[in-house]
Design a protein around this ligand. Structure first.
Ligand code: AR6
Length: 192
């Protein structure tokens, strides 16, 4: 079983840069100027127009860098995806216990940006679980709960509820089969 929330969420083993969706999410850093892992792969495959927009965002809106938990949207450049949503995950152990809150905010803010643009499909990598050291089991629980709270109509207290209608597909992309299996084991799409 790799589908959750009535098929709105799908878990896949694949490369984030190959996703044919409206937006792919980048596991960026605060500089927005690129790095390794997902970030490097997205900029390599997407070409220079993404970096140009990132530089402009730094110049205009985020001279100090994009804070952890926030998200911004740029063109998808040469990627199959039309847009890239750049979010900065928490570095595990460096936010005084606010890591889970910040990781959830990455997912919520990325989904909000997609919904505000009227996008239908979005693909996420496992944010913070590489260079940023977030334990994969914990990240599975936090990220799935954040996606669930955004997509489920029961979370009507959420101020973004009116925007949810456009998003019909959320893909969660894992590079390694064992990471996908770990995610499946620890996900919390069902409300406790
Ligand atoms: N497709 C899907 N998943 C991938 C891919 C890919 N092409 N490449 C790696 N992963 P990371 P972070 C998985 O390190 O932990 C960068 O330097 C990988 O196995 O990309 O948020 C940035 O500039 C891991 O499970 O992101 C930042 O400085 C997950 O994606 C910093 O790393 C995330 O790994 C961000 O670290």
């Amino acid at each position: 079983m790799t589908d959750f929330l009535n098929g709105q969420v799908r878990v896949l083993i694949d490369d984030i840069t190959a996703q044919q969706v409206d937006a792919v999410v980048n596991a960026a850093n605060s500089t927005l100027l690129g790095g390794a892992g997902v970030d490097g792969a997205i900029h390599r495959a997407g070409g220079p127009s993404i970096l140009e927009e990132c530089r402009e965002l730094r110049r205009t809106r985020y001279p100090e860098g994009l804070p952890a938990g926030d998200a911004v949207i740029t063109t998808g450049g040469n990627l199959p995806a039309r847009f890239v949503i750049h979010t900065v995950g928490p570095i595990y152990g460096q936010h005084g216990g606010r890591e889970a809150e910040l990781l959830a905010a990455c997912y919520r803010h990325s989904l909000t940006l997609a919904a505000e643009r009227g996008l239908q499909s979005i693909a996420f990598p496992a944010i913070s679980t590489g260079a940023y050291g977030y334990p994969k089991a914990e990240a599975a629980a936090v990220s799935s709960a954040a996606i669930r709270d955004f997509l489920l109509p029961e979370s009507a207290a959420d101020e973004n509820v009116a925007l949810h209608s456009t998003l019909t597909e959320v893909r969660l992309i894992f590079f390694q089969p064992r990471d996908a299996r770990m995610f499946m084991q620890y996900q919390k799409f069902e409300k406790p």
